[in-house]
Ligand binder design. Structure first.
Ligand SMILES: *[C@@H]1O[C@H](CO)[C@@H](O)[C@H](O)[C@H]1NC(C)=O
Ligand SMILES: *[C@@H]1O[C@H](CO)[C@@H](O)[C@H](O)[C@H]1NC(C)=O
Ligand SMILES: *[C@@H]1O[C@H](CO)[C@@H](O)[C@H](O)[C@H]1NC(C)=O
Ligand SMILES: *[C@@H]1O[C@H](CO)[C@@H](O)[C@H](O)[C@H]1NC(C)=O
Ligand SMILES: *[C@@H]1O[C@H](CO)[C@@H](O)[C@H](O)[C@H]1NC(C)=O
Ligand SMILES: *[C@@H]1O[C@H](CO)[C@@H](O)[C@H](O)[C@H]1NC(C)=O
Ligand SMILES: *[C@@H]1O[C@H](CO)[C@@H](O)[C@H](O)[C@H]1NC(C)=O
Ligand SMILES: *[C@@H]1O[C@H](CO)[C@@H](O)[C@H](O)[C@H]1NC(C)=O
Ligand SMILES: *[C@@H]1O[C@H](CO)[C@@H](O)[C@H](O)[C@H]1NC(C)=O
Length: 774
């Protein structure tokens, strides 16, 4: 997912760096590097931070936090907004350490807090408080970060950082500096959309300093996405309680607008508000733990006391966080993977366990849908148009203990707001199209996750499939349209009226919507059938099979948008984040019918060749992700093997630019993970995986709670991309499909690899003149 707009004023001016000098991964000191874990040592959280433009970057930040953490802590090198991440490797100054809730580069920040050390006079203004640092002595790991800051008035401040889900843990060591202090920023000027002054808002924040408790508490009401989506969430705030290790000698509030400091002022609420605490001159080491909450200051304090109680050392915190990553990543052992391959693979797994993120605290959560606090488990940061494709499938394998809670959370959103989420960033943002929560839920139930109210779940999915949004005939629901209700299946009214398609003269992205809604209908039919609602199952199945071809233009052989009166709208019309090439392949639940429409297997394979050879495949965006796997479904598996390997090598690597497109809450990485294993969930809600080309000699996965490991063997795979034969649990198969049941309880998948294309599952290519060389 990406979104473009122009933003210039708020980006610090920098010399353009085409390279990234000084990029060399370093290990944490031994005291932080426990337990030992080859997998965690291979994670490089800078991967995905580089790139020439926001859309050509993973949009990832080198943050510290455990899996699915509510808050990720990161060194802040620039102001983060929609399309700008808080850390950018090309920058050379650090302006503080941010507890961020921004889930992806195209989304807004919500209720963040910033901790900025300093020495000498208090500097509250963003530009003024920045201190130079060098990547040469920066240490970046998932559980521990450190950098050496050059204090403006001389000396250095070594900043070290770790964090649990709801508490940041920082340690500042002052050497040869003037009077040490720590500033906490509660509110700043906030930009939504363009940097036009009319788009700048000034959310409220508050600071209270209690020197006897050595605490600074407060809140920040910033929620940059407030302008989009139907939920105003008026009570939303990010609350915090920062507790310091050293006695406070002096304190005050400060403005990050003009830098004005009020020494001795213990409380302030307002725009652009910060507070600071200063320590005795001889203090050299200051630790601060900062609990955050979406519920209250009291809850933030409880989070602090329960996650990082008094007396916990930074080393202990970092080790706990490392253990949490090791518990997941060490479940996967790779053989025959180069150092680089391991870095790419384990970083992908690391990226795939960050979102959605925890929104509940102590068994309760703030809901922005009804602006109240409820009991239960809650998550936010759901980029479902992206994540339904493969990362959800992967999370069901590697983090099954989270799935019921994540579904429960979506059902709470439905109960409190009336609809399942599309792109929940605290609340609904209406970003992207389709109601793919239908797919998440159907796939979860299909795979045996039933720890939630199934009838409520069906009611929610059924509503998506049958109830159009408000003012459906008169609202376009274009991307980020303001002042509209829940977008859900915008254009469903015209689907009913036309027997198939969303009308392009009424709705934005109409052709993409038509195809996405058809898939969602298919997911609805799967859920209905799992719940024995057979007439609903038949109805939605029929609609899911009919709708895609209602926009298939027999004359051109492409999917094309149509107007309400049935006329074709033009080949460039009606797409979102893709074009007619990618979207013509977007009938994952009925590939067979698509192949028939395109003249059968041979002709379909030629069409796929035109797509790839013509440069139409855009792996940087999701609509292309399943396309290389379609060859296998047309009897040309060796071409899938070749394309998958090429895409992996050209779009993923172990450098800072190692993601060619936005990570999108783990979907970009999920493609790599599954492809490396040798299969991919083309139609996720079917439970089937389509076979591709495994990358390494052997992968062993210790699936949580399963009796035996899943062992995928493919000797020589790194140099032999082609599959000669496949055995599943000892049985030969000629079909390039692996069923979920064949791997979910562990077992053996054995590939025999080959240097050259083989006839395995490639009957369409036999006797043809196709050239199958890399
Ligand atoms: C990082 O900063 C550079 C220089 O301003 C910019 O070209 C690049 O797009 C930024 N990266 C991202 C992901 O925003
Ligand atoms: C990404 O953004 C750049 C700069 O805004 C633009 O030139 C390019 O076309 C965009 N790429 C895509 C795939 O849209
Ligand atoms: C605010 O930003 C949005 C998104 O970029 C843009 O469409 C809108 O025109 C901007 N409004 C102003 C007043 O600049
Ligand atoms: C694995 O690593 C090797 C050596 O670094 C590299 O040449 C190869 O392209 C990598 N393979 C994949 C699939 O990334
Ligand atoms: C659906 O029907 C089957 C067969 O009668 C039964 O085993 C299953 O428990 C039913 N499922 C539900 C959710 O009622
Ligand atoms: C399938 O849908 C088509 C088009 O909406 C309709 O004409 C047909 O009757 C439906 N078939 C069934 C079996 O429901
Ligand atoms: C397009 O082709 C299909 C399959 O051959 C056929 O059923 C359908 O009627 C055709 N549509 C039109 C508008 O000719
Ligand atoms: C096309 O290929 C698929 C996959 O091998 C196969 O199942 C199907 O029968 C083939 N179709 C025809 C018409 O040969
Ligand atoms: C890594 O991948 C990026 C994005 O695809 C690409 O721009 C860059 O050249 C690659 N670097 C290496 C060393 O392969």
């Amino acid at each position: 997912m990406f979104w473009q707009h122009h933003l210039s004023v708020f980006i610090l001016s920098l010399s353009l760096l085409s390279q990234y000098p000084g990029y060399a991964k370093k290990s944490a000191p031994d005291a932080f590097r426990q337990p030992s874990s080859n997998a965690v040592d291979h994670v490089d959280s800078l991967i995905g931070n580089g790139g020439d433009s926001p859309n050509g970057s993973g949009g990832m930040i080198p943050s510290t936090a455990p899996p699915f953490a509510m808050t990720r802590w990161v060194a802040q090198t620039r102001q983060n907004y929609v399309s700008v991440t808080p850390y950018n490797y090309t920058d050379s100054t650090i302006h503080g350490f941010q507890g961020t809730h921004q889930p992806a580069i195209w989304m807004g920040e919500s209720g963040q807090v910033i901790v900025a050390p300093g020495a000498g006079d208090v500097e509250a203004v963003f530009e003024a408080r920045g201190m130079k640092f060098s990547h040469d002595d920066e240490i970046i790991t998932p559980s521990y970060y450190s950098a050496t800051l050059q204090a403006k008035t001389g000396g250095t401040i070594v900043a070290e950082q770790s964090a649990t889900s709801r508490v940041g843990h920082l340690r500042f060591t002052f050497t040869d500096t003037e009077k040490p202090y720590v500033l906490i920023e509660a509110s700043r000027a906030s930009v939504m959309g363009s940097a036009d002054p009319a788009n700048v808002t000034h959310p409220l924040g508050a600071i209270t300093i209690d020197p006897t408790r050595r605490e600074v508490t407060g809140y920040n009401k910033e929620r940059q996405d407030f302008i989009i989506g139907p939920n105003p969430a008026p009570s939303f705030a990010g609350y915090f309680v920062a507790r310091f290790s050293e006695p406070i000698e002096e304190f005050g509030t400060a403005s990050n607008s003009d830098g004005f400091v009020s020494v001795g002022e213990a409380q302030k609420e307002g725009k652009r508000t910060s507070g600071y605490v200063r320590f005795a001159d001889e203090v050299r080491i200051v630790e601060v733990r900062i609990g955050v909450s979406f519920i209250s200051i009291e809850q933030a304090r409880e989070n602090l006391d329960s996650e990082i109680p008094d007396g916990t050392t930074l080393e202990q915190t970092a080790k706990n966080v490392r253990r949490a990553w090791a518990e997941k990543l060490d479940r996967i052992q790779l053989e025959g993977a180069s150092d680089d391959n391991q870095t790419v693979f384990y970083t992908a797994v690391f990226h795939g366990l960050q979102y959605p993120y925890e929104q509940s605290e102590g068994g309760r959560y703030y809901s922005g849908y009804d602006d109240a606090v409820h009991e239960g488990e809650s998550y936010t940061g759901y980029s479902i148009w992206d994540t339904y494709r493969a990362i959800w499938t992967w999370q069901m394998l590697l983090a099954p203990e989270r799935i019921n809670g994540m579904v429960q959370s979506m059902l709470q959103d439905y109960r409190e707001g009336g609809w399942l989420p599309m792109w929940k960033n605290i609340v609904e943002t209406n970003i992207m199209v389709g109601t793919h929560a239908d797919s998440l839920i159907a796939e979860a139930v299909l795979k045996g996750f039933t720890g939630f109210d199934l009838e409520l779940a069906y009611g929610a999915v059924h509503k998506d499939a049958t109830v159009p949004p408000e003012n459906d005939w008169t609202t376009s629901y274009f991307d980020r349209e303001e002042n509209v209700g829940y977008e859900v299946r915008a254009g469903l009214s015209s689907v009913y009226a036309s027997n198939g398609w969303v009308a392009n003269d009424i709705h934005s992205e109409s052709a993409s919507r038509t195809l996405d809604y058809a898939y969602d209908d298919y997911a609805t039919s799967i859920l209905a059938s799992l719940l024995n609602k057979s007439s609903d199952a038949a109805f939605f199945l029929n609609r899911s099979l009919v709708a895609p071809f209602s926009i298939f233009n027999n004359d051109t052989g492409f999917m094309e948008a149509r107007n309400r009166d049935g006329s074709w709208a033009g080949q460039d019309e009606g797409w979102t984040e893709g074009d007619m090439w990618a979207y013509t392949f977007d009938v994952v639940h009925d590939v067979e019918a698509l192949i028939t429409r395109r003249g059968g297997n041979k002709s379909f394979v030629e069409f796929l060749d035109q797509h790839f050879d013509g440069g139409h495949n855009d792996h940087t965006n999701e609509p292309s992700h399943h396309i290389p796997y379609l060859y296998s479904l047309a009897g040309a598996a060796s071409k899938t093997q070749e394309r998958v390997r090429e895409i992996a090598i050209s779009n993923y690597n172990s450098t800072i630019r190692g993601l060619s497109g936005n990570e999108d809450c783990g979907q970009m990485s999920a493609w790599y993970i599954f492809s490396a294993l040798g299969f991919y969930p083309v139609n996720p809600v079917s439970g089937d995986y389509v076979v591709g080309s495994p990358f390494y000699d052997r992968v062993t996965i210790d699936l949580p709670g399963k009796p035996k490991p899943l062992v995928i063997t493919s000797r020589g795979a790194s140099t032999k991309p082609y599959v000669a034969s496949l055995k599943i649990d000892g049985k030969q198969t000629d079909t390039p499909i692996i069923l979920h049941d064949q791997l979910v309880n562990g077992g053996e998948i054995d590939f025999v690899m080959s240097d050259n294309p083989t006839s395995w599952a490639s009957e369409t290519l036999v006797g043809c003149t196709f050239r199958v060389q890399m």
